[in-house]
Design a protein around this ligand. Structure first.
Ligand SMILES: N[C@@H](CCC(=O)N[C@@H](CS)C(=O)NCC(=O)O)C(=O)O
Length: 214
């Protein structure tokens, strides 16, 4: 059986659970306690040599990096959420990379400083928060425009680009990032968060945070 190593507050780990749930893949979810350093223990490093979550162990086949894992799971199930045609797949990859490298990095700057730095009692970097918010002001209108004509980032079918962006935006309320002006993103997000794949993973990111399970 597939094992997913994650933590309830990890957006990349939750992304894998969204995808596995959507694809109907059964899995064991193994909580890795980052605060206790479990991700740096030799037994975990054997599964993921970079010492981060998420990671999977699929009957002895171990993989890390959430986007690589999602692609693997989709291809394993022969699902069109990772389109098969060369060009559609390439455009999906563009949106995945744009999401992770631009939107995700910007969200992380704000999330780290507003959520995790206070929990860990480390200094809050206001400049990093400002930079993250500025990047989001630049990139979220692009996402909003992309969703203005279609239900999903790639058109009328859900793809890995949507699962990625959904996970990346999960903590926005908790990090007090206001996205309410992006009407298309809000509608897209509201619809996806009602789906079983999402609610099976967590009702709301905030609930997980309250439980402080990291
Ligand atoms: N690019 C990676 C990001 C992985 C990552 O940064 N994971 C965080 C939790 S969200 C982690 O394991 N942090 C612990 C550490 O860096 O020591 C992915 O998408 O899988």
């Amino acid at each position: 059986m597939l094992k997913i190593y994650g933590s309830d507050l990890s957006s990349p780990a939750n992304k894998i659970r969204f995808v596995a749930n959507y694809l109907g893949i059964k899995y064991d979810y193994i909580l890795v306690k980052l605060r206790e350093g479990e991700h740096q223990k030799p037994e975990f490093l054997r599964i993921n040599p970079i010492g981060k979550i998420p990671a999977i162990d699929d009957d002895g086949f171990c993989l890390f990096e959430s986007n690589a894992i999602c692609r693997y799971l989709a291809d394993k199930q022969q699902s069109n959420i990772y389109p098969k045609s060369l060009k559609e797949r390439a455009i999906t990859d563009s949106w995945i990379d744009f999401g992770s490298m631009h939107v995700g990095v910007a969200v992380s700057k704000v999330v780290y400083n507003r959520i995790f730095a206070p929990i860990r009692k480390v200094e809050i970097d206001e400049r990093s928060i400002k930079e993250g918010l500025e990047f989001l002001a630049r990139f979220l209108p692009i996402v909003d425009r992309q969703l203005s004509a279609n239900n999903y980032l790639m058109g009328n079918s859900i793809t890995l680009a949507d699962f990625n962006m959904l996970a990346l935006l999960d903590p926005v309320e908790m990090a007090q990032i206001d996205i309410t002006t992006y009407k298309n993103i809000c509608v897209w997000r509201e619809n996806l968060r009602k789906e079983n794949f999402y609610t099976q993973c967590h009702h709301e990111y905030g609930e997980s945070l309250k439980q402080n399970s990291r």
